[in-house]
Design a binder for this molecule. Sequence first.
Ligand SMILES: Cc1cc2nc3c(=O)[nH]c(=O)nc-3n(C[C@H](O)[C@H](O)[C@H](O)COP(=O)(O)O)c2cc1C
Length: 200
Amino acid sequence: MNIILHVACSPLGHAAESHRLARTLIAALLEKHPGAVVVDRVMGGVAIPPIDADYAVSQGGDADVSQAGSMALSDVLADELEAADAVVISTPMHNYTAPAALKAWIDHVVRVRRTFDVSAAGKIGRLADRPVFIAIASGGRFGEHTRQPDFLTPWLAAILGMIGLHDLSFFTVQGTAFGEDYLAQSRREADLAVRAHLGL
Ligand SMILES: Cc1cc2nc3c(=O)[nH]c(=O)nc-3n(C[C@H](O)[C@H](O)[C@H](O)COP(=O)(O)O)c2cc1C
């Protein structure tokens, strides 16, 4: 493993809970692969604008109508993703799903004629598979047997799978709003899950 790409999607930056979990993941990956280089792609906050009109037209047409603006940024982000041997995505849950920053990253890297093709049989991913580790923080608990639906993890699995990324591992610190003791336990469990998953 040479390159670990960290896509950081919380508006809280280094103070984010998802960022803390991503650091645990990256430290564990570096323990296993000491020579690896970490590339940080900060998406959180107002790092990048949403996609522009030319990009939207290109996605709906037979050819790209521009190489500038969002297309140029898409090239940079897709190059980074393609070059990575492993990807760590750190993200909060916002309104049951992904924050706008993660959606913006997905909108730029999921690109027709670049990371997927359209065929009669449907969309076909172009990317070689590689491990993707997803570090999620949420104020409450979500998913089965909770009071919150989960539109984040199934969506990520579907859209990353569409471009060829199927080797996904999800780790969560849930209940960050439930008080210090709860958070401490949630962190411990997440960190242990990371190490167990990586066989450390
Ligand atoms: C705009 C916004 C929407 C949120 N929506 C949810 C939600 O739907 N479910 C939830 O459990 N927490 C929600 N939260 C709380 C965050 O998920 C929680 O504070 C989390 O720990 C933030 O992670 P971070 O520190 O990595 O940004 C929301 C927070 C914000 C700012």
